[in-house]
Design a protein around this ligand. Structure first.
Ligand code: CA
Length: 363
């Protein structure tokens, strides 16, 4: 099987900026001086803590830790990133400063090689894993996720207002998305919730994508685990493609839905299948797709036993916009054209969707 492409836009951008900044000497950047230190964490020699010691008047810092992890342009200059290097070896760590003009020509970069002496004995690599978020930290990892905020129904007349992190937190190794009731009016803005995306941060073309989650309950809830084509800004919807790995509406309990939306069929799409799942509100289940150049297979818990396969025989832009990067979305909507089709039970709130991990494996 062909190895799936792992697309990390940030890494590419960083690489380009680094190249530019190394190649040009620019007077604008001369007054800024990038420096950083690093040391092993007291509790784990494979955990490295970095400190920015740069001098001068700069706007942003940017990190590339040499192991696939990056922190994109941020004004948070004083943060001390803690980065796990489970495998022994040498890693090239790059700190880039952005000067006052905020131009690529006004950046300066410093690179240090750090040496990890031993493998982390407690680290058990997961075979085939390309990327994951295990939600093990103390807060949502903004290297992976962005909160999409606002109301307006998101095209489906949904009633929640998506907040900038107020309705999501990490607890006991799990992401908890909480839908809350603000008032009893059952209008736009009567609820708050979370919609978080890996857009521009972690994007994938093909692979096995699996999310372990426990679903919220009650009439009016509409949680989803899904993907959109990263070119949605240019191509629009449905040309960008949409892969709904799991969708659930509270008024039809204990059945989950897997769907495809693309120009060939969208909205009330014909490319969809429903799976009965008795314990989806009480237990964690693994919702996944196996996405190859030929097909997208949907499974719950057992990758060997897909319940739906989407595989148009003659692929074209209308039925297969799935040959390019897509990003992952986790959200818990309230109401809307489908979730609210039988009204909203205001007695159910707050409701939570819990996510144990999001993993992407090579095939
Ligand atoms: Ca976890």
């Amino acid at each position: 099987m062909k190895r799936p492409m792992f697309v990390s836009i940030l890494t590419s951008i960083l690489a380009i900026w680094s190249f530019i900044s190394c190649d040009k000497s620019d007077d604008n950047a001369s007054s800024i001086d990038p420096k950083f230190s690093w040391e092993e964490s007291a509790s784990n020699p494979n955990e490295i803590i970095f400190k920015n010691l740069s001098e001068g008047d700069y706007l942003y810092v940017e990190w590339d830790f040499g192991n696939g992890k990056t922190i994109s342009k941020t004004t948070d200059k004083l943060q001390e990133p803690s980065v796990h290097y489970p495998v022994k070896g040498e890693y090239s760590v790059t700190l880039t400063l952005w000067g006052q003009t905020n131009q690529a020509s006004d950046t300066k970069t410093t690179i240090q090689t750090i040496t990890i002496l031993n493998d982390d004995e407690n680290y058990e690599p997961i075979e085939g894993l390309i990327w994951s978020d295990e939600f093990d930290g103390s807060s949502v990892n903004m290297n992976n996720w962005k909160f999409e905020t606002g109301d307006g129904g998101w095209g489906n007349q949904e009633l929640q207002n998506y907040t900038n992190g107020d309705n999501a937190h990490i607890e006991d190794g799990k992401l908890i998305i909480t839908a809350k009731k603000v008032n009893d009016n059952q209008v736009a803005g009567s609820y708050t919730s979370t919609r978080m995306v890996t857009w521009g941060k972690q994007e994938f073309t093909c692979g096995r994508i699996e999310i372990r989650a426990k679903l919220p309950s009650g009439r009016g809830m509409w949680p989803a685990i899904w993907m959109l084509g990263s070119n949605i800004g240019d191509a629009g919807w449905p040309a960008c493609g949409e892969i709904d790995i799991m969708e659930y509406v509270g008024f039809e309990p204990n059945q989950v839905h897997g769907s495809i939306h693309c120009p060939a069929s969208y909205g009330a799409t014909e490319f969809t299948k429903t799976l009965p799942l008795e314990n989806c509100e009480e237990e964690f289940n693994n919702y996944g797709i196996i996405w190859t150049e030929e097909s997208i297979q949907y499974y719950v818990n057992d990758p060997e036993n897909p319940f739906y396969t989407y595989a148009p025989s003659n692929k074209n832009a209308d039925n297969w916009p799935f040959n390019k990067p897509h990003f992952i979305i986790l959200n818990a909507a309230v109401g809307g054209t489908w979730g609210g089709a039988q009204g909203i039970d205001n007695s159910i709130f707050p409701q939570t969707m819990e996510v144990d991990y999001v993993r992407v494996y090579e095939l």
